[in-house]
Design a protein around this ligand. Structure first.
Ligand SMILES: Nc1ncnc2c1ncn2[C@@H]1O[C@H](COP(=O)(O)OP(=O)(O)O)[C@@H](O)[C@H]1O
Ligand SMILES: [Mg+2]
Length: 213
């Protein structure tokens, strides 16, 4: 199964979501290939740390840019899960990858700057679905507030905005703003490999909702 973690905004937590999902699926025994399709190479740098630290479970990382559709098709025959990290902002990798993917997880913060890019995503999905009518698209709220007084309103605002886009399904699972997500990036780890229970639960809920595991 090919899953692209993509949207049109840098800093929306695409790479963070991709590496946590990749490790989570591998922890369940899945054979996982993470594709770094972003020239900024954040996933590759994270992976280099993981390899240096000899962390288990092992996953495979492949770097591929520009037209990634043929590469993804090939990888899909070899791996149970292909997780693709693309660049923000109308990337060629999101479009070419989208034509062969099974699903896109689009991370967005509840901020006007992130949500403003959703119309662009809607138009891209419309074009991609002409070639790949089965493509599923999920919106994942990231860096949500942990303040209980603000949480309800923020979530309401997010859902009110996203539900206007009929082709984009908002996920029930939410990722909150937690320092541990930043810390693990430089350690080659997933939050699932830390003792932060809340962050772990967030990633497990996402895996359960999207991958049913
Ligand atoms: N849930 C989170 N809580 C706190 N910081 C986060 C969270 N998710 C991502 N970040 C941080 O936000 C920044 C952008 O995340 P990143 O995954 O690199 O975004 P993108 O790949 O969409 O550009 C990084 O510094 C990352 O560590
Ligand atoms: Mg990134």
């Amino acid at each position: 199964m090919i899953t692209i973690i993509g949207c049109n905004k840098g800093g929306a937590a695409k790479t963070t979501t991709a590496i946590n999902v990749a490790v989570g699926l591998a922890m369940r025994g899945g054979d996982v290939c993470l594709v770094d399709a972003d020239a900024q190479r954040s996933a590759s740098r994270w992976y280099a740390e993981r390899e240096d630290s000899d962390l288990e479970p092992r996953i495979t990382l492949i770097e591929k840019r520009d037209n990634i559709s043929a590469t993804l098709r090939n990888l899909d025959e070899k791996y149970e899960h292909v997780i693709v990290d693309v660049a923000g902002r109308n990337s060629r990798e999101l479009i070419t990858g989208g034509t062969v993917a099974h699903q896109i997880i689009a991370p967005h913060q509840c901020s006007q700057l992130d949500l403003d890019t959703m119309e662009e995503l809607r138009l891209q999905i419309e074009a991609i679905r002409d070639l790949n009518s089965e493509l599923k698209v999920f919106c994942y709220q990231t860096m949500a507030t942990t303040n209980p007084l603000l949480q309800g309103n923020e979530r309401h605002e997010f859902l009110e905005f996203v539900t206007e886009f009929e082709t984009i399904t908002p996920l029930s699972s939410v990722g909150c703003y937690r320092k541990v997500y930043r810390d693990v990036m430089s350690q080659g780890k997933s939050v699932l490999e830390t003792d932060n229970l809340k962050a772990r639960e967030e990633v497990l809920a996402l895996l359960n909702e999207v991958f049913g595991c």
